[in-house]
Design a protein around this ligand. Structure first.
Ligand SMILES: C[S@@+](CC[C@H](N)C(=O)[O-])C[C@H]1O[C@@H](n2cnc3c(N)ncnc32)[C@H](O)[C@@H]1O
Length: 279
């Protein structure tokens, strides 16, 4: 995803495949990140929450207008516009191989279910996918029929949220969460909260596979496959900090230069982080 003026925000190379720029497993433990519960409504885990206003996460989802509608309209053109997903496949393979057979995985902002949902199911894992776009969910159900898909906003995964821990439609605990290019659809102030919500759905030591586009933007409107969507991002140092502060250890990292097939989406740098929930 990318906006006017060449600001990079999602996407492998349209001319035949992604170009790997670096492979830099961080290996080192994150120095901080004691992790966090979701809201301060009393039913979450204990964790040092140095994030002011964290209890307001539910009120942060102020403006989703157009986001689901854009993806509904994009439909299966999304997969045509973003071929050659070598970086994404490699990150999915890391997750699939790191998990015990039959692990329970949540795919956040699952899109069409391709390639990641199908990859995880083919590897023998149990997949639950969530997305706000009914159109994307319809494609995902058809592409990955043995998985479960539900229309859920990321914000409702928080503790006490409808689909989060303690919620009336709680999704339960997961061995892993994958969030490829979905948290970038949130305004920046929501991203740390969203990461904490994902942490709250993971068993201790559970894994997070995260993909973002490297970009210093917040809720930035971009033309995307004939629609307009708003995206956010960080430069990589900042992204690492945000992820660690949300209670994750970063165990590996990969970045790819990706040029989508579509001409209205310029090349971008994709960042893939391999993370583990700090206990
Ligand atoms: C760029 S696509 C990525 C899809 C898929 N994860 C992939 O890597 O191909 C972003 C997806 O996030 C979904 N999304 C955007 N905002 C969301 C939200 N607040 N809650 C849940 N899903 C959201 C969109 O509908 C879209 O399917």
């Amino acid at each position: 995803m990318s906006g006017e003026g060449g600001r990079h925000v999602h996407g492998a190379a349209g001319d035949g495949g992604p170009v790997t720029v670096t492979e830099s497993p961080e290996g080192a433990e994150g120095p901080q990140g004691t992790g966090g519960t979701d809201r301060a409504d009393g039913d979450g885990d204990e964790y040092a929450d140095d994030y002011e206003g964290f209890e307001d996460f539910d009120r942060l989802a102020l403006d989703r207008s157009g986001q689901a509608e854009a993806f509904d309209a994009i439909g299966d053109r999304y997969d045509e516009a973003f071929p050659h997903k070598d970086g994404q496949l490699a990150a999915g393979r890391w997750l699939a191989d790191a998990l015990a057979p039959g692990s329970r995985v949540l795919d956040v902002g699952c899109g069409t279910g391709l390639p990641t949902g199908r990859q995880l199911v083919d590897a023998g894992h149990e997949l639950v996918g969530i997305d706000i776009s009914p159109g994307m969910l319809k494609l995902a159900r058809s592409n990955v029929p043995t998985a479960t898909f539900q229309q859920v906003d990321i914000v409702d995964l928080r503790s006490g949220g409808r689909y989060g821990p303690g919620g009336s439609r709680e999704l339960g605990e997961f061995d892993a969460v994958v969030a490829f290019f979905s948290l970038l659809m949130l305004p920046r102030p929501e991203i740390p909260y969203a990461l904490r919500a994902l942490r709250g759905l993971l068993r201790p030591g559970g894994l997070l596979a995260l993909a973002m586009v490297e970009a210093d933007v917040d809720d930035f409107a971009i033309p995307f496959l004939g629609n307009s969507v708003r995206v956010s991002g960080y430069l990589r140092e900042e992204l690492r900090r945000v992820v660690r502060d949300a209670g994750f250890e970063i165990t590996g990292e990969d970045s790819h230069s990706y040029a989508p097939a579509s001409i209205d989406v310029p090349p971008e740098i994709q960042l893939y982080l391999h993370c583990r929930r700090r206990v």
